[in-house]
Design a protein around this ligand. Structure first.
Ligand code: BJW
Length: 272
């Protein structure tokens, strides 16, 4: 495993040659947009709680208002922020490969829509969407108005989730995947197929703690596919990587895009 702070000739060559690329993203890719990651200390009403305390069905049933308000406030925050250069680089790389007859598959654990707003098509939202809702009892989808929060200021009071307008028995919950719940099988299968078919696998902004998403890039080991991590910190996955690019994805993903599009490294003349 090689640790770098900027891409080198080997990584540049991988990016330039690969016609099929799989990119797995996590919360870190949205951090530079202003969306907190899960391992950061929560703020406001939730400062005493970790993601593991809030993102479970038990937590929702124990205190529906606390968990519901956490999601509605995060929904507001996501609406108020914009994609960053990391999201944009992935979208441009995807467009570049599509035009060249190749393919870049975006597989994300994020429940936000920043990849889409940057112009990328997402193959798999492994942990669902914060903008979709369904009933805890009858599973009917629910449509809700936008939440009325200032996304930059955590609310001081909680609000209860609505009752299901279809069966009247269950509560409306976000259509995200909580701990202990199954991932959507079609999304997971599509992601596994994309990773197996890739000629380069990029893992950006994930701690690699949460399974089974964290195991997906390791499918590339079967074919010896180059594995590149983009993260300012070492993670659970770092040891399995060929190259760890240590730095923010908003700086390093544009470097990979540059290499894929033009070859070489930004600001450096490539020697033949
Ligand atoms: C930057 C950066 C910058 C910062 N640039 N980078 C096998 C072993 C052990 C446990 C399990 C296992 N298999 C299953 C489990 C249980 C469990 C699990 O994994 N637990 C772990 C805690 C150990 N998994 C599950 O329960 C999953 N379901 C499942 O396995 O079903 C089968 C089953 C069913 C029933 C019984 C048993 C099995 C479901 C997992 C669902 C996860 N859901 C969440 C919440 C989604 C909704 C929401 O948003 O609220 O998904 S939890 C949270 O973690 C969220 C994320 O998608 C996920 C991953 O986090 P991520 O993206 O990696 O973020 P962080 O915060 O952890 O890391 C951020 C990284 O960014 C850091 O590394 C930073 O350094 C970096 N960074 N700035 C680049 N600028």
């Amino acid at each position: 495993m090689k640790v770098l702070t900027t891409i080198d000739d080997e990584v540049s060559a991988w990016a330039q040659r690969a016609r099929r690329v799989a990119v797995l993203t996590g919360a870190g890719i949205s951090a530079e947009s202003g969306v907190p990651t899960f391992r950061e200390v929560q703020t406001g009403l939730w400062e005493r709680f970790s993601a593991e305390d809030l993102a479970t069905e038990e937590a929702f049933h124990l205190d529906p208002a606390r968990v519901w308000t956490w999601y509605r406030w995060r929904q507001s925050l996501i609406r108020e922020v914009a994609p960053n250069p990391g999201h944009t680089a992935i979208a441009q790389w995807q467009r570049h490969l599509t035009e060249a007859g190749g393919r870049l598959d975006v597989i994300t654990q994020n429940v936000d829509d920043l990849h889409e707003r940057a112009g990328a098509e997402v193959l798999a939202h492994l942990h669902g969407s914060i903008f979709a809702f369904h009933c805890t009892a009858c599973s009917a989808p629910a449509e809700l108005p936008e939440p009325d929060y200032d996304g930059f200021t955590p609310p001081e009071q909680t609000e209860s989730p609505p009752s299901c307008p279809v069966c009247g028995e269950g509560m409306v919950r976000p259509s995200v995947v909580w701990f202990g719940e199954m991932l959507p099988m079609d999304a997971f299968d599509a992601a596994a197929e994309a990773v197996r078919a890739a000629e380069l696998i990029v893992v950006a902004g994930t701690s690699g703690i949460v399974q089974p998403a964290a195991s997906l890039p390791l499918l590339g080991l079967e074919r010896g596919t180059p594995l590149v991590e983009v993260n300012p910190e070492a993670t659970e996955l770092s040891e399995a990587m060929d190259v760890c690019l240590r730095g923010p994805s908003g700086q390093l993903l544009p470097q990979l895009l540059h290499a894929a599009t033009w070859g070489g490294q930004p600001g450096r003349t490539t020697t033949a």
